[in-house]
Design a protein around this ligand. Structure first.
Ligand code: ASP
Length: 353
């Protein structure tokens, strides 16, 4: 039920959603202080809306961890007085921001719903209004005992409510821009908004929410392809600033059994670099026991990233590296879901980890 007394903080960071056509037909960022003028429907929402506007707004391709820190700061400063948060964000890196926030805010007890649009709010066929209004309703939705229905970081886009750290942008053209390949949708809007509560996180309401502000960017994503060359892999892995490598491998976590390649990986692991294996496939999980080509990586000390997205794996490493965990603690935490970002492996697979 939507809480008529709810206070929702609407944070506008930028992106296509906040644009209107000026008199010459060019798209420009609209003044968010005139939000109600552009979306009069917002006035019909029963609850109270406060707004926070990034000035200047940014295209989400310009997002950096500094902006995530800023978002976490805004949320912490406004946490007590608000029941939920809606973040308007460009779609290009929305899945990264959603993933980052999910790790940076520990034991989140309120909804943080990210949304945006493929067509600016000032366009006739825009998807912005529908996305924004439904995201606001989701942020204000409570169960019969007054707890929020979705106390997690999520993305709402064209009818689909998705776990943020499982999401990936999949479409640059259509309205259905996001998908969670390895996790079910947590809600769907139609005539009603239907939630799948069995797949929504339950926080510990007796514990405090903790806000983390350190993200370490000493990470690289290395995507394998047939023909990848030794000098390039070597140059990347020997860069002095590297602390972790997200290795995008084939299939269930396989890599070429080239001596030079495995030697470079072994050497990196020996130098204390975390090498995390995720698959280039959209669906499924890394299982380094399945093929000899995967086993070699396992023997080299590579950590399984299971069925994590590249966005979530990068952000999780940034968070763990940034928060003074020991090597052992990081390795253990990479293998377990902290905020539902990976699927806990079956018992039979645990030996691999
Ligand atoms: N380039 C834009 C951005 O991500 C696209 C969008 O808003 O969807 O900020």
């Amino acid at each position: 039920m939507i809480d008529a007394n709810a206070n929702i903080l609407l944070i506008y960071t930028g992106g296509t959603i906040g644009m209107v056509e000026n008199t010459t037909g060019t798209l420009e960022v609209f003044d968010f202080n005139h939000l109600n003028g552009h979306i009069p429907e917002l006035q019909r929402l029963k609850f109270h809306i406060n707004t926070y506007v990034f000035n200047p707004p940014i295209d989400s391709s310009d997002i950096t961890p500094e902006y995530w820190v800023r978002l976490v700061r805004i949320i912490e400063d406004n946490y007590e007085e608000h029941d939920g948060f809606v973040i308007l964000h460009g779609t290009d890196t929305m899945a990264y921001t959603a993933s980052a926030l999910s790790f940076m805010i520990e034991n989140l007890t309120k909804p943080i719903v990210l949304t945006g649009a493929q067509l600016p709010i000032g366009k006739l066929r825009t998807d912005a209004k529908e996305n924004l209004i439904t995201a606001m309703e989701i942020a204000a939705d409570k169960d019969s005992v007054g707890n929020p229905i979705v106390p997690e970081v999520c993305i709402f886009f064209q009818n689909d409510l998705l776990r943020g750290n499982r999401s990936t942008k999949i479409n640059a053209d259509n309205f259905n821009a996001f998908k969670t390949y390895n996790y079910p949708m947590i809600g769907k809007s139609g005539i009603h908004i239907r939630y799948d509560r069995s797949h929504i996180l339950t926080p510990d309401y007796s514990k405090k929410t903790i806000f983390h502000y350190n993200m370490d960017c000493g990470i690289v994503i290395l995507k394998l392809f047939p023909g990848i060359s030794k000098p390039i892999v070597e140059a990347i892995l020997q860069s002095k600033d590297i602390k972790a490598v997200v290795l995008e491998t084939y299939g269930s976590g396989n890599a070429p059994r080239l001596d030079w390649f495995l030697e470079i990986i072994r050497d990196a692991v020996k130098r204390g670099i975390y090498v995390v294996n995720i698959t280039q496939c959209e669906i499924g999980s890394v299982d380094m026991q399945r093929y000899e080509t995967g086993r070699e990586l396992l023997k080299a000390g590579v950590i399984s990233g299971l069925d994590g997205t590249v966005e979530a794996t990068v952000c999780k490493l940034m968070y763990l590296l940034g928060n003074n965990y020991s090597r052992e603690e990081i390795v253990v935490r990479m293998r377990i879901p902290l905020v539902g970002e990976i699927t806990r492996p079956d018992e039979k697979d645990v030996k691999e980890l």
